[in-house]
Design a protein around this ligand. Structure first.
Ligand code: NAD
Length: 511
């Protein structure tokens, strides 16, 4: 099965589609100011082919100069038994062009399939997900006409590591992993983005009042990096009240940088309150490769009807043109799109008789944007992009590792019974270590627990040396051996480490 498709369109004079991505053919129209940039394009599933076709037509007419290599992703690839939804050979195209314009795909139902987006993001190190969420009021209804937020979401870490386990009959867990370089990369990107695009403030949301080690690291790195950008205001909010403020008064925010899960949720909230998730594009930025896509899905029920709104993918293509240094074409395309929206030429999903003038389909919407190339919006803010800027590149400084001392162990046990019974049994096997405490779902229940605390069958039992100093791996292995011999085998253990003398673990009192 051929993985690289050939689609040649006569009406796209500036875009060459190639069958063999290794031998890209190029044309260059006279009005092109840039040599063609190789890009990889995937038409996706559902409405994907229609909105990609519309987007490439506008890009071409705006003077975007690209060589297209087309790859196949999604349903057909999953159906061939490729669980990631992307053929191994397609990675070669992505590595070669380093720029991926992707239409949405349909994720198959049932288990055994991996998320294509997560696979692409993590495989290619696309660490920053950038989603501008401006209001287009009064042409698209929103309660927040003054909002103009950009969400910068960390894209690789957090709970999305996907490391999950059922540990006892009652309890499952998911590991939340943050790395110092990962935090630094995304936070630096947010400040660089603000600096590059004239934004005045960067806000960080975390939940570090509860997750002091993980979210605490993100917040700490944010504060450190912010010091290097004295011209940009910075602030931190606890994510719950920050999210409430964002939903209520988004005009108070400018650039917001968030860990993956909060960013996933709040980027959709931001796009929706700005007007519609159907209008937002996003850039997934990596060191080597970057991917650009609409944030909506493949809307299978709308497929093949020439009805879908191509705006999200068009705005993603604008981000792509800026990224590849074709800011002039990006501005032409973006301003013509804004003018089309302002002129009330709307697809069904944003059609509102009170402001819309004409309800159009996908193709006619693209035609309307093409007709307006060279025009600017008169009421919405026109855009301007610098031509030929280099993509933002983040290099995280290499740090000397800190001194790391083992000072104890959390042993996780599967046990049914009362905390004091478990405590009494464990005290007998502590030997040269001290049972410091037992917690259940993070709440300390031994010693001196409260009768009201609801306990499950999943217990964390903390052992440290009696003087609180360094312990050896042999002491811990001996403890685990004693517990196993006593019929209490461990589910898992977590080492307790000090880094440069500071505890690298939660103190475990629950919140
Ligand atoms: P969806 O975004 O495809 O559709 C949600 C609703 O919005 C539907 O009513 C749809 O008709 C409408 N809609 C979406 N995009 C539109 C557009 N451009 N123009 C007009 N109306 C539009 O979400 P879903 O229905 O939950 O998911 C459908 C499929 O897409 C699923 O298989 C899902 O896994 C997949 N998906 C893919 C991506 C991606 O590839 N990046 C993202 C999200 C969902």
């Amino acid at each position: 099965m051929e993985q690289v498709l050939t689609i040649i369109r006569d009406d796209m004079a500036n875009i060459r589609h190639t069958k063999d991505p290794g031998t890209v053919r190029r044309t260059k129209r006279d009005d092109k100011s840039h040599p063609p940039t190789p890009i990889t394009v995937a038409y996706g599933d559902g409405i994907g082919p229609e909105i990609m076709d519309a987007t490439l037509r506008v890009l071409d007419a705006a003077g975007g100069s690209v060589d297209v290599e087309t790859i196949e992703i999604g349903e057909a690839v999953y159906a061939r038994g490729v669980t990631s939804g992307i053929e191994p050979s397609s990675w070669e195209s992505l590595r070669r062009t380093r720029v991926f314009l992707k239409a949405p795909i349909t994720t198959p139902q049932g288990g055994g399939f991996k998320s294509l987006n997560v696979t692409v993001r993590k495989t290619l190190g696309l660490f920053a997900n950038v989603r501008p969420c401006p209001s287009y009021a009064p042409f698209i209804a929103t309660k927040h006409p003054a909002m103009n937020v950009v969400i910068v979401r960390e894209n690789e870490e957090d709970l999305y590591a996907g490391i999950e386990h059922r540990q006892t009959d009652e309890v499952v867990q998911c590991l939340k992993l943050y790395s110092r370089p990962g935090c630094e990369r995304i936070v630096r990107y947010a400040f660089e983005y603000a600096s590059r695009y004239g934004r005045s403030k960067v806000t960080c949301f975390t939940k570090d009042n509860i997750m002091k080690v993980t979210d605490g690291l993100f917040h700490k790195v944010f504060d450190e990096v912010a010091e290097e950008y004295p011209g940009i205001e910075h602030e931190h909010w606890i994510v719950d009240i920050g999210a409430a403020k964002l939903a209520d008064t988004p005009e108070l925010f400018d650039v917001i940088v968030l860990p993956n899960l909060y960013g996933d949720i709040l980027s959709d909230v931001s796009a929706q309150i700005a007007g519609s998730v159907g209008l937002a594009g996003s850039a997934n930025i990596g060191h080597d490769v970057s991917m650009f896509e609409a944030i909506h899905g493949s809307a299978p029920r709308r497929a093949g009807q020439d009805a879908a709104n191509p705006s999200g993918l068009m705005l993603a293509a604008v981000q792509m043109l800026v990224h590849i240094g074709q800011g002039d074409a990006a501005a032409l395309m973006h301003n013509a799109w804004l003018r089309t929206i302002e002129d009330g030429v709307h697809t069904y999903d944003i059609y509102d008789p009170s402001v819309s003038v004409e309800k159009v389909g996908t193709r006619a919407f693209a035609d309307a944007v093409i007709e307006r190339l060279g025009e600017k919006p008169s009421r919405l803010q026109p855009v301007a992009y610098a031509v030929s800027t280099d993509p933002i590149r983040i290099d995280v400084p290499v740090r000397e590792p800190q001194d790391k001392d083992l000072v104890g162990v959390d042993v996780f046990l599967d046990f049914r019974g009362a905390p004091d019974d478990l405590g009494a049994q464990l005290e007998k096997h502590a030997s040269d270590l001290r049972l410091v405490m037992i917690s259940n779902r993070g709440q300390k229940v031994y010693p001196s627990g409260q009768a009201e605390t609801i306990c499950t069958d999943h217990w964390r039992c903390r052992f440290q040396s009696p003087d609180g100093g360094v312990v050896t791996t042999e002491q811990i292995l001996a403890l685990l051996g004693r517990l196993a011999a006593a019929g209490m085998p461990f589910i898992k253990t977590e080492g307790l480490f000090n880094f440069d003398g500071a505890p690298g673990y939660s103190l475990g009192q629950g919140q």
